[in-house]
Design a protein around this ligand. Sequence first.
Ligand SMILES: NC(=O)c1ccc[n+]([C@@H]2O[C@H](COP(=O)([O-])OP(=O)(O)OC[C@H]3O[C@@H](n4cnc5c(N)ncnc54)[C@H](O)[C@@H]3O)[C@@H](O)[C@H]2O)c1
Length: 259
Amino acid sequence: MVTSLKDRVCVVTGAARSIGLAIAERYCREAAKVVMIDINPQVEKEAERLKEAGHQVKSYVLDITDQAKVLEVFEEIYEQLGPVYALVNNAGIVDQRPFEEITSAQMDQQMRVNVSGTLFCSQGAIRGMKENQEGKIINFSSKSGKTGSALMVHYSAAKGAIIALTQALAYELASYKINVNCLCPGITDATGVWGEVSKGYIHNLQMPREEVVKQFTAKIPLKRLTNIDDVVDFAYFLTVSGDYCTGQAFNITGGREMH
Ligand SMILES: NC(=O)c1ccc[n+]([C@@H]2O[C@H](COP(=O)([O-])OP(=O)(O)OC[C@H]3O[C@@H](n4cnc5c(N)ncnc54)[C@H](O)[C@@H]3O)[C@@H](O)[C@H]2O)c1
């Protein structure tokens, strides 16, 4: 367990909005050196806002599927800020459609962003973690990675692959005292993924939005959708603590997923 994140380098991908942005903000409040990565240039505006509030922030507009560029950026982070302590592989994409309609390109895109992007960023961050014999890699799977979701076969397959990737990496890095875990949120309110998915359900199930929300909430034992803060709390716990946990896939689903 670390007592403070002060001046530790914490990298968050997909940090332009929603869950990734909220995790970056949490790290800022803990005085970490925060690196925000996103393909969306909005990440620069968010980083600027946080810098103006007095936090130590650097941002990169980067496509995490470009392995060469990813490795270059992480080399620069190492040289300019120091070894990465925590990497949150939050960037991800979702898509929703009947499985007969999924094209080769759509399948590849799900695997490239969600799975390969996670791998490439982990490769980039590992040098300093190995040298320091400490580090936390927090990947993002989903409830759909544990129990696949109808109309999201490609997303479910990619998120399932992230659980296996997490376990394999946890084995490979255990001797360096690097913890590798992943989070499996349920439907998280006020996020890009849920915005996209709910649009898909409204279209594919021919239901109004309120009915979609009602039906999904009814399946959750704790009777509410996941909040961004529920996810941030867990990511923070795994950053400062959880030293004896590795290779795990933690459900943040209000009991909707129990295995
Ligand atoms: N929101 C949910 O309901 C939910 C549920 C389960 C799992 N998750 C997972 O949590 C993570 C965050 O979800 P969210 O709803 O906050 O997502 P979001 O769509 O709001 O944000 C994702 C961010 O990732 C960025 N991104 C996408 N492709 C990228 C690429 N190639 N390179 C760099 N950045 C890229 C986007 O620009 C965006 O800013 C995702 O991995 C998602 O699959 C979300």
